[in-house]
Design a binder for this molecule. Structure first.
Ligand code: KG4
Ligand code: ZN
Length: 331
């Protein structure tokens, strides 16, 4: 089965062609970082306009790169939520149009499901597994019992982990998006230099919280009357260590209490080098398996959408043209 996957939920326009749920024949992303960079965060109206400009050439490019034409496709998958409603509508409307014109069935896909399944693009993982989904919009923990069978365990009570990275990067004038820059800067710093607070979530809950940490960094910067420029790397490393602690601890506790011996990371923050290093070391010390997709499959991409769509299409699902975008879709 040949599936075209289309992703426009936030600020990346992405399209991919996937053969039989395994072979990625093309996986193209048109990033809007340069457009949103000056604002230090995604401007929804600009994001929608950028998607409108880029989506058709990107679809052409993905088909060309894969060496296939519209007639070769068996189905199209498109993200229908959650995300920015204007951005979602661009992808969904374009896919409805080409599905009708090319007479190819389409399915609307849950963006969170696509992230959680992305690992299967690279390796087979047994069920059940704990999926830690950490991105700019989400910090969620699920027990994945099988395709289409997700048990919610916990989520962030305030900011998402990636949002905390982006906001701290903005405070430190490091540019947008902040995750990758802080990840790199932190390599030159001491993660124990500054004791930033870790949120305490009561026992029995697998929730996360990052707003206290964000405020602590803001206060630290404000209190440095003589400037903090010379401490940039230590601040980045200490902030990152606190984020990683607050992600690793509940995940390992869930593995112990909920059961299962597999952990899968997903979402843009799963590209973080320190999170990958710490999760691997600490999980393996407890005889747990850890799997993470290559960084381009952690951040938003069309291949993961095609993969989730492939699963639903093989289940016989077909969506009709009344399907709407759902900005608050849950899993
Ligand atoms: O999954 P994604 O591409 O989009 C959303 O669905 O949100 O994630 C984007 C987020 C941004 O907040 C970005 O700063 C963060 O992932 N990110 C990182 C790294 N690369 C991207 N955060 C920490 N370390 C990284 N290396
Ligand atoms: Zn995402």
């Amino acid at each position: 089965m040949l599936v075209l996957g289309v992703e426009t939920s936030c600020d990346d326009t992405a399209a991919a062609v996937l053969l039989d749920g395994r072979a990625v024949l093309a996986n193209l992303v048109s990033s809007q970082d340069a457009v949103h960079g000056p604002y230090g965060g995604v401007v929804p109206e600009l994001a929608s306009r950028q998607h409108v400009q880029h989506i058709l050439p990107l679809l052409d490019g993905a088909l060309h790169k894969a060496g296939v034409g519209p007639k070769d496709l068996d189905g199209i998958a498109v993200t229908r939520g959650p995300g920015l409603v204007g951005s979602l509508l661009v992808g969904l409307c374009v896919v409805k149009g080409i599905s009708y014109r090319w007479e190819i069935p389409y399915v609307g896909v849950n963006h969170l499901e696509a992230h959680v399944l992305a690992i299967f693009l690279e390796q087979a993982v047994g069920f059940p597994y704990l999926a830690l989904l950490v991105s700019g919009g989400h910090t969620l923990l699920y027990q994945v019992h099988g395709f289409g069978r997700y048990q919610y365990l916990g989520g962030t009570r305030d900011d998402a982990a990636g949002e905390a990275y982006d906001k701290v990067a903005k405070m430190m004038s490091l540019g947008y998006p902040g995750g990758k820059v802080i990840d790199q800067l932190a390599r030159q710093g001491d993660p124990r230099a500054i004791a930033f607070p870790r949120a305490r979530i009561k026992r029995g809950s697998y929730d996360f919280s990052f707003s206290g940490l964000k405020t602590a960094v803001w206060r630290y910067l404000k209190d440095r009357k003589d400037g903090w420029e010379s401490e940039r790397a230590d601040i980045a490393a200490s902030f990152q260590e606190a984020v990683v602690d607050m992600l690793v601890t509940p995940t390992l506790r869930a593995a112990r209490e909920v059961g299962g011996h597999r952990i899968v990371l997903a979402g843009g923050v799963a590209a973080n080098s320190r999170l990958r290093e710490r999760m691997k070391a600490e999980a393996e010390a407890r005889k747990l398996e850890v799997h993470f997709p290559a960084p381009p499959l952690c951040t938003d991409n069309g291949a993961m959408v095609a993969l989730a769509g492939h699963y639903w299409l093989t289940q016989g699902r077909r969506d009709d043209y009344r399907l709407n975008a759902d900005a608050d879709l849950t899993l």
